[in-house]
Design a protein around this ligand. Structure first.
Ligand code: ATP
Ligand code: LTN
Length: 327
């Protein structure tokens, strides 16, 4: 029996190389090894205000990018969260088993609500309950995500254990899988912040659909330090971040990369890195253009994906309801 993998991505902003290196690329690499389910989480997206037309277009765009990156719909299941109503229903039920104290500790909520101040929705606070529902509905074993999502997966485990201890074995307890390198790609213009799609100023973020000129310009402007030596040193976050991106795109060992830039300056690294990223993204960009020439095809793949796995979600939800005494 293959282990089951579940992960999700929000159809908001522009997908960037942080999402790609920290999550998507690994989903593609291991999809056949596991029974893989990937979800475009549009219900999570509406925890912050969204324009309806943009949300719909982004949902298709993100699905297209996942396919272009190599998610194979014959091997993995790709679907849209709102197409399976069990997600919202289980989220409500889990809410009733999550103490508010657990939610208050979530750093993503603290960070995002800080930015939004008074406009923060109850949905944003409740975001982790919906994420727990996503994961638990499918008896997930492994959740491959970037570092920022680790705390949410821990909360998922906690609520599943709590529910199981009250009602008996119901949920499988999932595990987060965080990559050793690339779990947290930092913003180019501020290497103390994670590269993020919701940042308004895009200077720090390389998006998967950026043109070669945009990529060059952003990398050349990346914040570094006043030293010269090109070396993997976490104490120098700007240059470290650029080197990690170089490492992940080329697959070269660190010593080789350091040797390559020995005696060279930051500008040399930036110039080479830009070309490496441009080349690394080119096949994905070409496939994306092909796929989006026929948007109806993407929509039909998404409908088929949801139809294929809806029974798993419904079975879990029925069991949960029965355990609680609902219906
Ligand atoms: P936002 O900034 O709006 O919260 P996001 O960029 O974090 O969005 P998500 O859709 O929330 O994007 O995340 C999709 C996946 O990408 C998750 O597994 C997340 O952990 C991973 N991820 C996001 N940002 C980074 C990053 N800077 N480095 C590595 N992985 C990342
Ligand atoms: N919160 C995640 C997206 C997400 C997710 C999930 C990831 C929603 N549901 C279930 C893994 C499993 C994020 O990346 N911000």
């Amino acid at each position: 029996m293959k282990k089951r993998v579940f992960s999700g991505i929000q159809p908001t902003g522009n997908i960037h190389i942080g999402n790609y290196l920290g999550a998507i690329r690994r989903w593609v690499a291991t999809q056949a090894e596991f029974e893989s389910i990937f979800c475009v989480v549009d219900l999570h997206a509406i925890t912050i205000p969204q324009d309806p037309k943009v949300l719909k277009a982004k949902t298709r765009e993100v699905a297209g990018l996942l396919l272009a990156a190599g998610i194979d719909p014959e091997v993995s299941t790709l679907f849209v969260q709102s197409h399976i109503s069990a997600h919202a229903e289980l989220a409500w039920i889990l809410n009733c088993f999550i103490p508010v104290g657990w939610m208050r500790r979530m750093t993503q909520f603290k960070e995002k609500s800080e930015k939004q101040k008074d406009e923060v929705s109850t949905g944003l606070f409740d975001y982790p309950a919906l994420m727990a529902a996503d994961i638990l509905l499918y008896n997930t074993d492994v959740v491959p995500v970037g570092e920022d999502q680790k705390q949410h997966v821990e909360l998922t485990r906690d609520v599943a254990q709590r529910f199981n201890s009250i009602y008996g074995e119901t949920f499988r307890i999932p595990e987060a899988e965080i990559p050793q390198t690339g779990a947290r790609i930092m913003a180019l213009d501020d290497p103390t912040q994670k590269m993020s799609k919701s940042e308004e100023d895009r200077g720090g973020t390389i998006c998967l659909l950026d043109s070669p000129d945009e990529i060059r310009a952003k990398i050349m402007k990346a914040t570094t330090d006043s030293l010269r030596e090109v070396r993997f040193d976490e104490g120098r976050p700007g240059i470290y971040n650029l080197l990690v991106i170089y490492e992940l795109f080329t697959g070269q060992p660190r010593e080789e990369i350091e040797a390559r830039f020995e005696g060279k300056g930051y500008a040399d690294l930036k110039r080479e890195l830009a070309e490496v990223v441009i080349e690394g993204l080119a096949p994905l960009q070409a496939r994306y253009r092909e796929l989006t020439a026929d948007p109806a095809h993407i929509d039909s793949l998404l409908t088929q994906g949801a139809d294929r796995i809806r029974p798993i979600a419904e079975k879990t939800l029925s069991l949960v309801k029965e355990r609680i005494g609902l219906g």
